[in-house]
Design a protein around this ligand. Structure first.
Ligand code: ISE
Length: 336
């Protein structure tokens, strides 16, 4: 029987998830497209042949003919809608961030603890990207010797919103690196320091972070939301005896006229298309079996990313290293 999904949020990410479920994955039926902007919900629904639209996310979650939901509405709605899904006992794929507030993430963690199970899969999809999968395998198998450092570059063509700030580079874009570095290294953070160079124009300058892990490793992250030349995500894991670097999936290289020319994606949907597909397929398996996907991010991972991002915003504002104080990880989130 098909899994009946309610999609909440018909913006850039909701539309992408809708297309993945409607066109790429078997065994799923998109039952309703929900958005506060009815015209936007109707456009997306019509483009995929879906009849039903709605404007109230909590009402969609409560519907009897909805088995699971995708939360792709604005960031500030993610935690409240996740709490509603937990109350309804329904699995939810919640776009990152779970919340920009670590405290609000802990409210979701507490609700899952009270429910006695994990229901929220957080959308840190890079864990499903083939290059990062191979990077983590190399670390886990000891192929590089002891992992010492992980270097990360995350460059967007231009900021996703006009009011974007250096702090938002940390709370909106950097959570991908903050999560994937924890996952690849299987560790947590001890501290963060953040810096910004000065641009010659009024655009938001890059943010460069240096993090220490509790295992004595270093993680560097450059977030450049106004790189201009292309959407470019790079990463290198450096061990005592070797190193492994990300490779973007295959665009061609044109050799002609004494030149060779490649190309960049214009945003994350192309660069990580397969990772989103794999992440969403894993979510459907989770709904079918009740077994939380071993690679996926849960609410605790959502909290961990928010906690270090909050510390990073302080580090940038105060110009100093900020040590991270995290809550105790509940047994529900201990992984074998
Ligand atoms: C955006 O919200 C994403 O999640 C993208 O993956 C990331 O590359 C981008 O910087 C964020 O703004």
């Amino acid at each position: 029987m098909s899994i009946r999904v309610g999609l909440i949020g018909a913006g850039i990410m909701g539309a992408d998830h809708a297309r993945i479920f409607a066109r790429d994955l078997p065994g799923v039926e998109l039952r309703v497209i929900c958005d506060a902007d009815g015209a936007r919900a109707r456009r997306l629904a019509d483009s995929l042949g879906i009849k039903d639209i709605a404007s109230d996310g909590e009402a969609v979650i409560a519907r009897g003919h909805v088995d699971a939901v995708v939360i792709a509405s604005p960031d500030f709605t993610h935690a409240p809608l996740s709490l509603a899904a937990i109350r309804a006992g329904k699995p939810a794929l919640c776009e990152k961030p779970l919340s920009q507030s670590a405290k609000q993430c802990l409210e979701v963690v507490a609700a899952e603890q009270a429910a006695g199970r994990r229901l929220i899969q957080v959308g840190f999809m890079r864990r499903f990207d083939q290059s990062y999968v191979e990077m983590k395998a190399a670390r886990d198998e000891g192929a590089l010797g002891r992992a010492l450092m992980m270097h990360n570059f995350h460059r967007n063509v231009e900021t996703p919103a006009s009011d974007f700030s250096g702090a938002m580079a940390i709370t909106n874009s950097a959570p991908h690196e903050l999560d994937i570095a924890r996952f690849v290294l299987d560790t947590d953070y001890r501290s963060i320091t953040a810096f910004q160079p000065r641009r010659s124009d009024a655009l938001v300058a890059p943010v460069v972070m240096v993090l220490e892990t509790i295992d004595g490793q270093l993680v560097t992250i450059e977030i450049n939301n106004n790189a201009s030349y292309g959407y470019d995500v790079r990463g290198e894991l450096v061990g005592e005896t070797g190193s492994i670097s990300l490779r973007a999936p295959g665009h061609s290289r044109l050799d002609a006229g004494l030149k060779n020319v490649g190309r960049y994606d214009d945003d994350w949907r192309g660069r990580f298309a397969e990772a989103y597909r794999r992440q969403n397929a894993a979510f459907l398996d989770f709904v079918r079996t009740g077994n939380f996907p071993s690679s996926a991010s849960d609410s605790w991972d959502g909290y961990a990313a928010a906690a270090i991002a909050e510390a990073g915003v302080r580090a940038l504002a105060e110009g100093r290293r900020i040590d991270l104080q995290m809550a105790e990880k509940p047994a529900l989130y201990q992984r074998s």
